[in-house]
Design a protein around this ligand. Structure first.
Ligand SMILES: *[C@@H]1O[C@H](CO)[C@@H](O)[C@H](O)[C@H]1NC(C)=O
Length: 186
């Protein structure tokens, strides 16, 4: 237990200037029932997010695909300062009884960060949440609305925000992701 805090804290501290920690432990939102990972694979575009310090680019997209060893290949890309940047990570289902709770790591040394699928219809949008408890005293969270397309209708976004709010997740600071001019030369 102690060892994992030592690993997590240095990773989270740089975020503290941008992220407002919330008191108490992480909320436990209900997750997508009967989640089917194979239907979730493929390309998702980031449509809205709770500001995350480590994502400053635009045109953020993530591809999920299965690897031969049963883990998930997670490839993300963004355009940052006029350049396409890519990042590869590994996803795992940590408990087969909770298939909508993925863990994703973007480095061999970093622990798996929670990546929970709160809701998805698989072919249009997905509501994603990540929360980490710090010493059971406070928590940092991240939230994303993903689309199979770069933009989503306003009422889809409003419904996704409602899903967060109904689970006591504060998304008042959520911002639209920049997905303009992504298919042109940059
Ligand atoms: C995701 O997959 C699409 C289609 O195969 C590809 O064009 C795109 O470059 C991939 N993106 C990433 C981040 O791997």
């Amino acid at each position: 237990m102690k060892a994992s805090f030592i690993l997590i804290l240095p990773l989270l501290l740089p975020l503290s200037s941008a992220q407002i920690p919330h008191w108490g432990t992480c909320p436990e939102p209900p997750l997508q029932a009967n989640f089917i990972l194979s239907k979730f694979l493929g390309t998702w575009y980031e449509v809205a997010k709770l500001p995350a310090q480590f994502e400053k680019g635009r045109c953020i997209e993530t591809n999920f695909s299965m690897k031969a060893d049963g883990t998930i290949k997670v490839s993300s890309s963004e355009i940052l300062k006029g350049r396409l940047k890519t990042l590869e990570g590994t996803g795992v289902v940590e408990d087969i009884k909770q298939p909508a709770k993925l863990g994703i790591s973007f480095s061999y040394v970093a622990p798996y960060s929670p990546y929970w699928i709160i809701s998805t219809d698989y072919d249009k949008s997905a509501v994603i949440y990540s929360c980490t408890d710090i010493l059971q005293i406070f928590h940092f969270d991240f939230a994303w609305i993903l689309g199979r397309t770069r933009t989503l209708p306003a009422d889809t976004i409003n419904k996704a925000r409602e899903i967060f709010t109904n689970s006591n997740i504060d998304v008042t600071k959520m911002i639209a992701s920049r997905q303009l001019g992504c298919d042109k030369e940059f």
